[in-house]
Design a protein around this ligand. Structure first.
Ligand SMILES: Cc1ncc(COP(=O)(O)O)c(C=O)c1O
Length: 434
């Protein structure tokens, strides 16, 4: 007997299933209230046929845009061939090809001789692994971290993350971490390297020499604050002098976001450990790595393990992404788009002196702290969404608009998205638009 009752079609823009079943912890869906179903390049499409320019890119994950054709072909070939999907940390062809491509494209051309550790699928597990390894290798437990830092939501990562509310939600106490001011922040610049020197040199400072310093070369969540090359070089020098390991967290700023593959390259330093995730998976596929000097590989087999460290599709996509990185024209396209973004920032700052603009490469922060603060930034975000642009906020009070377009965005779409933002930023009549 056939039923006359057809399955109920969800209504367009009907959020009721999510609201009823999904935890209150959900967040981005509240800022971008739509049901997305397709995406291509720099655009997102909703089930009610709206089109958005994506200046958020999965929080810096989709550096090659959505459904990049070059990467997609490799993935569909692999799927058509019944390629292995899940491999724990067994040897597989897909992993071999990724390691070879990563060494040839990223490590060797930069003179970097790192071991690669595959971690659980998200960035925070790479941070956990890096902190554990630093503690094991040095036999010390202390860590230095910086105000404004964001390193993830698991307990070890939260312990080196600045945000009080995130730490409170994680029930985090000190965990042997000393926070020092980052080079720049809402309170202005600070000579934290001299403070560090003072703490380390004084046997009565109350602070032990730590196992490691963990630092983002460009703080994204903290409010788009790039560290200067000079500050990073001084940090490298002092950590070397005291035998402290230097961990660079490149999870959001890495993989080409700032114009170089690693953001730390701008400073010409070589960290002891590097955490990489987000865009390394090429296609938005989860992947998470720690890179470290060979001498630091003091792990015993299985000391940091996990079921999802062998995402074969991510290996395939990441290998294709390495090939894309080497393709002629890719880096000149990236440089051209980055120049356009920087010019937008300069013009905006000149036009509106209360707006502070910071960034590097394809990451731009528009700081409204002195131009209406978080409330104003939220209005701008909403106006942008209503006019077809997805853009996220960051900073201590969500007062900074964080623009992260795909590295591959065409200039026409980049300009279109920026002009919506410019409109939103310069309009005086946005108050009360939420
Ligand atoms: C610098 C940095 N480190 C670590 C993480 C944590 O990564 P995940 O959210 O994949 O755990 C993030 C995420 O935004 C990040 O920006």
């Amino acid at each position: 007997m056939t039923s006359t009752l057809a399955a109920a079609e969800p209504l367009i823009d009907d959020f009721s299933v999510f609201e009823e079943l999904e935890s209150n912890v959900r967040t981005y869906c509240r800022k971008f209230p739509a049901v997305f179903h397709r995406a291509k390049g720099a655009e997102l499409y909703t089930e009610d046929a709206r089109v958005f320019i994506d200046f958020f890119c999965g929080a810096g994950t989709l550096n090659f845009g959505h459904n990049n054709d070059f990467i997609k072909r490799r993935l569909t070939d692999y799927l058509d061939d019944d390629g292995l999907m899940h491999g724990l940390d067994m040897y597989t062809q897909a992993k071999r090809e990724f390691l070879t491509a990563f060494a040839d494209t990223v490590l060797r051309p930069r003179g970097l001789s790192y071991k690669v550790q595959f971690c659980g699928p998200t960035g925070t597990d790479a941070v956990e692994a890096a902190l554990k390894l630093a503690r094991k290798a040095t036999g010390r437990t202390g860590l230095f971290a910086f105000t404004g830092a964001y390193h993830g939501m698991s307990r070890g990562s939260l312990a080196v993350t600045g945000s009080r509310s995130a730490r409170r939600a994680g029930g985090i106490s000190g965990q042997d971490v000393t926070f020092l001011p980052y080079e720049d922040g809402p309170q202005g610049t600070f000579d934290s390297i001299s403070l560090m020197e003072r703490l380390l040199a004084d046997p009565s400072s109350g602070v032990d020499v730590p196992a490691a310093v963990i630092v983002e070369p460009l703080q994204m969540e903290g409010g788009v604050y790039p560290a200067s090359p000079d500050w990073l070089r001084r940090l490298r020098a002092i950590t070397e002098r005291y035998g402290i390991l230097l961990i660079l967290d490149e999870i959001q700023a890495g993989c080409g976001r700032t114009g170089r593959f690693f953001c730390f390259e701008h400073a010409g330093i070589v960290p002891d450990l590097v955490t990489v995730s987000k865009a390394i998976g090429g296609y938005g596929l989860p992947m998470s790595l720690v890179l470290f000097r060979h001498g630091l590989d003091v792990w015993q087999p299985g000391e940091h393990t996990g079921t999802f460290r062998g995402n074969q599709l991510a290996f395939v996509a990441a290998t294709a992404a390495c090939d894309l990185w080497r393709q002629e024209g890719f880096q000149t396209g990236l440089a051209t788009a980055a120049n356009r973004l920087a010019q937008f920032g300069r013009d905006l700052a000149a036009e509106h002196p209360a707006i502070a603009v910071r960034g590097k490469g394809m990451a731009l922060g528009i700081d409204l702290a002195a131009a209406g603060g978080g409330e104003r930034a939220e209005q701008v975000q909403r106006y942008a969404f209503n006019n077809g642009v997805v853009v996220e906020l960051c900073g201590r009070h969500d007062e900074v608009i964080k623009i992260l377009p795909p590295l591959t965005i065409d200039l026409a779409r980049l300009d279109r998205g920026l002009s919506v933002l410019r409109d939103a930023l310069l309009r005086a009549d946005l108050a009360g638009t939420r």
